[in-house]
Design a protein around this ligand. Structure first.
Ligand code: HEM
Length: 68
């Protein structure tokens, strides 16, 4: 229960970090520049979002199997 809340909080806050990174990437690309470090700035939180998101997704099904 507590772990699920922590993972949900992490997912929620990382969504803002990811949003900021996407905006930064958009601005830089529109100005005609791009570099891989900036791209990684968005990809890193996205990977954690993917893992935490998949955890949140399977959680209800796992809980249902444990307590039918
Ligand atoms: C990359 C793959 C992702 C997967 C598999 C995923 C999956 C999920 C799942 C299963 C939930 C819980 C839904 C529920 O039952 O309430 C969730 C919540 C949420 N996701 Fe994602 N997500 C992903 C990426 C993202 C991204 C890119 C964003 C935004 C930038 C995002 C923002 C959120 C937010 C704000 C919530 C609500 C969290 C809360 O309860 O406060 N997710 N996501």
């Amino acid at each position: 229960m507590m772990r699920r809340l922590t993972v949900r909080q992490l997912h929620r806050w990382l969504s803002l970090v990811f949003l900021a990174a996407v905006l930064a990437n958009t601005v830089v690309v529109l100005r005609g520049g791009y570099n891989n470090q900036l791209g990684s700035l968005a990809v890193a939180p996205l990977l954690v979002l993917l893992v935490t998101g998949l955890y949140l997704f399977v959680q209800p099904y796992v809980a249902k199997r444990r307590a039918p």
